[in-house]
Design a protein around this ligand. Structure first.
Ligand code: FES
Length: 353
């Protein structure tokens, strides 16, 4: 398929991108970072926050670059005094009604609003006015909602709709009272929320945070380990957040299979890893009771019994049922063992039908 390429300049640099590309993405493609709060490459762009404004020759106002598509010969400047001033004013307006408890905010170190305030030298105080005083919502086991920190960018609404395929969240009320809420302005736990946490993963501030991670460590202290979810056969990728050798949470990555999407099990169901009731030693039933054994004893017993069954009843008396929760390599070994050692093709898999 032939794609039209559009040539333009951004901050004096020539760039050529496919038609339909946004100015923000075109800038990104040549290493120019334009601030963004409501923009996310995984979501539709709505141009809600205006922090991404730029100057474009021939345009009277400062357009939002995330919702402005490139045109041939366009001349864009992302760093003029007017652009900087506009972004600073937007940040000042946002923090006018934002708690400045960054010292204890769970999102510190991963808050885009704080990052831009620091970059643009914005502190509290330029605008004075009414402030929200919403109660913290902690009534569900997974997500903490602090609507005082919400900048109403709508990313959580779009994530719920476009990533999860649900429609739990929307804007409620009007004007200063506008907030994001499930239908009827109920807590998450009383809504049809499936607690996938995809809304949390896109929130640019501390409005939505993972309950399990609260107080477990600052974001920059966490070691991230990329892994594949073991819960089903889809093979979603994510990063485990590790603190002092223990998992404290999960962060979405751009996995080849799942993008940033996760379900409740992948994002919040990892606590079994450190459950003290997990079996760490094999058990062998003796006289009707399970007793701890060594791996040598357990594997030796399995091998002996398998051999007895095969020799007494024939190879086809044996069958192996493998699992989608195993890796490809493990599934390969199961079928190899069944065919070569047990001598039968009786191999099946829970995800076959
Ligand atoms: Fe472009 Fe919000 S990032 S308007």
């Amino acid at each position: 398929m032939c794609v039209d390429l559009i040539k333009l300049t951004i901050d004096g640099k020539d760039v050529e991108v496919p038609a339909g590309t946004s100015v923000l993405d075109a800038a990104e493609s040549i290493g120019i970072h334009i601030p963004r709060l409501c923009y996310d490459p995984c979501l539709s762009s709505v141009g809600a926050c205006r922090i991404c404004v730029v100057e474009i020759a021939g345009m009277r106002n400062l357009p939002a670059s995330c919702v402005t598509t490139v045109t041939p010969g366009m001349v864009v400047r992302s760093d003029t005094p007017a652009v900087m001033e506009a972004r600073k004013t937007i940040l000042e307006l946002l923090v006018a009604n934002h708690p400045m408890d960054c010292l204890t905010c769970e999102k510190m170190g991963d808050c885009r609003l704080a990052e831009y305030c620091y970059a643009y030298g914005v502190t509290k105080g330029s605008f004075k006015g009414e402030e929200h005083h919403y109660d913290l919502e902690e009534s569900n086991p997974f997500i903490v909602r602090d609507l005082n920190k919400c900048i109403v960018c709508g990313k959580c609404i779009r994530a719920c709709n476009e990533i999860t395929g649900k429609d739990i969240l929307d804007f409620a009320y009007r004007g200063f009272g506008t907030k994001v809420a499930p239908f009827g302005d109920t807590p998450y736990i009383e809504s049809d929320c499936v607690f996938c946490g995809n809304c949390v993963s896109v929130c640019p501030t501390g409005a939505l945070t993972e309950k399990q991670m609260r107080g477990k460590g600052r974001r920059w202290e966490l070691k991230r380990v990329r892994t594949t979810c073991p819960f089903c056969g889809v093979g979603c990728n994510f990063d485990l957040n590790i603190m002092n050798g223990k998992i404290v949470g999960v962060t979405s990555t751009n996995g080849p299979v799942n993008g940033r999407a996760l379900c409740v099990k992948g994002r919040f169901g990892w606590d079994y890893v450190h459950n003290p009731k997990r079996l760490t030693k094999p058990l062998i039933k003796k006289n009707g009771k399970f007793e701890e054994a060594t791996w040598g004893e357990a594997l030796g017993l399995i091998a002996t019994r398998f051999k007895e069954i095969r020799d007494k009843h024939g190879a086809d008396s044996f069958a192996a049922l493998s699992s989608a929760r195993c890796t490809n390599e493990e599934n390969y070994l199961v079928q190899k063992f069944t065919r070569v050692v047990m001598g039968t093709n009786n191999v099946d898999h829970c995800a076959r039908t």
